[in-house]
Design a protein around this ligand. Structure first.
Ligand code: HPA
Length: 268
């Protein structure tokens, strides 16, 4: 894939200082945009090689600016496999970030709660994931400029950073969850049987994003942190049908907490 054209385009637009920290804003979490100072906004459709976001409620722009006095580059809207892209296309921006020199990435998402102790509105720090039932984002010829053929996945999510952000979540929202995120390809929500199976396998939350990005970021040596907003209980956990409306409503309800968490985390 032609990453270099996108890299050159972004450098040209934002000047030479490229942030070391990237943030991917999940469903309903784009509100962080308002907090970013001195921002330069680049619409995805104008960036060479970038796919175009297709989900309603998901924007499609790259924002470079400052948050908590730190330079950041944020994706407002991400690419999902269920939209029809090849999985490699969904992580195109993450590889571009790597070539731009980004060292840390904060991935956020909306997720369904599988763990019976969780409640909608909780925040969960991801400490590991399950994705062996989905096609690997690293399938195909290895791109050696990013990383090795068989990358270690023992610690995808940085242990020290998990501790730090967990303490902030506890402070900002009262309770901090930490657990395993199961990646499902979507776009259907899961069935109750699938959720029971995922629970047996050790999953605490389920969603349709983040893991391909985390794998690619880890592959290229970035420090990865991921936070899930539990927007609903997963299928069959409670007597309730699932909808994207519920996901958006819950994300909207806790958006201010979410903003505080990310801002405080960046301050540290
Ligand atoms: N399942 C999958 N993805 C999700 C869910 C869910 O219950 N909630 C938000 N994203």
């Amino acid at each position: 894939m032609n990453y270099q054209e996108a890299v050159n385009f972004i450098k040209e637009k934002v000047g030479t200082t490229i942030p070391e920290t990237a943030i991917v804003l999940g469903s309903g979490l784009g509100v962080l945009k308002e907090e970013i100072q001195n921002k330069i906004i680049l619409k995805y459709e104008g960036i060479p090689g970038f796919p175009i976001s297709t989900v309603e409620g998901h924007a499609g722009e790259l924002i470079v600016g400052e948050l908590s006095n730190r330079k950041i580059i944020a994706m407002n809207g991400r690419f999902h496999y269920y939209e029809g892209y090849d999985v490699k296309q969904t992580v195109f921006p993450i590889r571009v970030f790597s070539l731009l020199g980004v060292k840390n990435i904060i991935l956020t998402n909306a997720a369904g709660g599988i763990n019976l102790n969780y409640k909608p509105g909780d925040f969960m720090v991801v400490n590991d994931h399950l994705s062996f039932f989905a096609e690997s984002v690293l399938r195909g010829k290895n791109e050696d400029e990013f990383g090795v053929r068989f990358p270690d996945m023992t610690e995808v999510y940085d242990k020290e950073e998990i501790k730090k952000i967990k303490a902030i979540i506890e402070k900002c929202s009262g309770v901090a969850r930490e657990g395993v995120y199961a990646y499902m390809k979507g776009p259907c929500f899961e069935t109750p049987a699938e959720i029971r199976a995922l629970r047996t396998l050790g999953a605490d939350a389920v969603g349709m994003s983040t893991v391909p990005e985390a794998i690619v970021a880890k592959h290229s040596g970035m420090k990865v942190v991921a936070v899930s907003c539990i927007t609903n209980m997963a299928a069959g956990v409670i007597d309730n049908k699932l909808s994207h409306e519920e996901v958006k409503e819950t994300a909207d309800r806790v958006k201010d907490q979410f903003k505080e968490i990310i801002k405080e985390y960046l301050e540290q």
